[in-house]
Ligand binder design. Structure first.
Ligand code: HSE
Length: 436
């Protein structure tokens, strides 16, 4: 018998409890041992979650779980940094194993947790921390270890993907699409974590550490959110044959890895470009396997509960078979000496939208600055005709260096013939940065 203590009886906690209670006999038949919820701790033990939980396993004190020697696995589902970290470290210290969905904590302070777990010989399961119900951590650790991972492209924030989908399909502007996402309960009242790419960066930190064997590198991830996007650019992108997604990108080249989150134009025929609404997807290119794509629900009580329970089962199996840490949670403590490439040194194709005065010679002025900065133009369209006034001049480039692009745009934005700040969006697919 495996005994579990759950700290946090919110949305995900309720999903986990529902699965463990309602499928208890099915799970026991599958595993050959029962999983029993010994205690559930939450500050609110009065609210009805619609699940038949016996009142005597509910407590408001996490200590009732941490100090119970019969509990094998502590499931932390309260989120945030503290006291979540404290509870996890105390559980490990007491010789328990841990399951958590807490991406922010792992991304920012996970090294302390993995170190403590290694010292104590404890398991740490965190499947639910990335892409909810999609078993992507397991896929990388157990399905793809034969591969050198070349690249990862992830739509790993459902809220942003929902907003962009509404903007793309209905021409909504960002504030309206955000309001819709909030009304439907996809976006929080304070949507900062989701729309500024912070949540995606937490998840990319975890994915890249597993995929490349590098330390957790949250602070080195380049990040841009979706707040600045307008339906105008989404519309032009469609005309060029692209969709704009908030993409988490990790690419390896020899001894360096690029880690970045930003709105990205993806060719319409890419499978990952077709991932809409609140869905998540992760594309992984491995040197042996080639292209793979994982798709599913990235949030919600039951999908995330599915991931949490899969970790409980894995650890339960390891306990009962005497093979604890058969698969080390974060690989071995030997990390790969890969450098994170500075954003300035990244190559990409770019979409530019200049607000240029509609008069002779303007294009040559702009293209002159681009040429002088090693930026080669692939195509140009001028939208509309308003002599002497500003019109959108839209351009796609060949592969260019980010440093050169920033430098060029700074110069261009100072030209008297340019009326407004130039919009630029990075483009994946084609040329050297293909996503397959
Ligand atoms: N807020 C996240 C999202 C779900 O929108 O995908 C939890 O990671």
């Amino acid at each position: 018998m495996i005994k579990v203590g759950i700290i946090g009886f919110g949305t995900v906690g309720a999903g986990v409890v529902r699965i463990l209670i309602e499928k208890a006999s099915e799970l026991e038949a599958k595993l050959g041992f029962p999983i029993v919820i010994k205690r559930i701790a939450d500050l609110d033990i009065k609210r009805d979650r619609g699940i038949a939980v016996s009142a005597d396993i509910l407590t408001t004190r996490a200590e009732d779980i941490l100090d119970d020697p019969s509990i094998d696995i502590v499931v932390e589902l309260i989120g945030g940094m503290n006291p979540a970290k404290d509870f996890i470290l105390r559980a490990i210290e007491k010789g328990k194993h841990v399951v958590t969905a807490n991406k922010a904590l792992l991304a920012l302070e996970g090294e302390d947790i993995f170190y403590a777990a290694e010292k104590k010989g404890a398991e740490v399961g965190f499947e639910a921390s990335v892409a909810g119900g999609i078993p992507i951590i397991k896929a990388i650790k157990e399905g793809l270890p034969a591969n050198r991972i070349n690249s990862i492209y992830g739509i790993i924030n459902g809220t942003s993907n929902y907003i962009l989908t509404r903007m793309t399909n209905e021409g909504m502007e960002f504030p309206d699409a955000l309001m819709e996402a909030q009304r439907l309960g996809y976006a929080e009242a304070d949507p900062t974590l989701d729309i500024e790419g912070i949540d995606s960066a937490h998840k990319l930190t975890i994915l890249s550490a597993i995929a490349f064997g590098i330390p957790l590198s949250y602070n080195e991830i380049y990040r841009e959110g979706i707040k600045g996007l307008s339906s105008l650019d989404i519309g032009f992108a469609l005309e060029f044959g692209y969709k704009i997604k908030l993409l988490a990108i990790a690419k390896r080249s020899n001894s360096e890895v690029e880690l970045r989150i930003h709105p990205t134009m993806l060719p319409l025929n890419y499978l990952i470009a077709q991932v809409d609404g609140v869905y998540n997807a992760i594309y992984i290119d491995g040197d042996s396997v080639g292209s793979t794509l994982f798709y599913g629900r990235g949030a919600g009580d039951m999908p995330t509960g599915s991931a949490v329970v899969s970790d409980i089962i894995d650890i339960g199996r390891n306990i009962t078979s005497g093979s604890i840490r058969r698969i080390p949670p974060m690989g071995t403590s030997k990390r790969m000496p890969l450098k994170i490439r500075a954003m300035d040194d990244v190559y990409s194709r770019y979409y530019f939208r200049f607000s240029a005065l509609d008069k002779p010679g303007v294009l040559s002025k702009i293209s002159g600055v681009l040429g002088a900065n090693n930026i080669s133009i692939a195509s140009v369209i001028q939208k509309g005709r308003k002599q002497g006034e500003a019109v959108p001049l839209v351009m796609m480039t060949h592969d260019a260096l980010e440093r050169d692009v920033r430098h060029a745009l700074k110069e261009i934005d100072k030209l008297p013939v340019v009326a407004d700040k130039t919009v630029y969006i990075r483009v994946e697919g084609g040329e050297g940065n293909a996503t397959g």
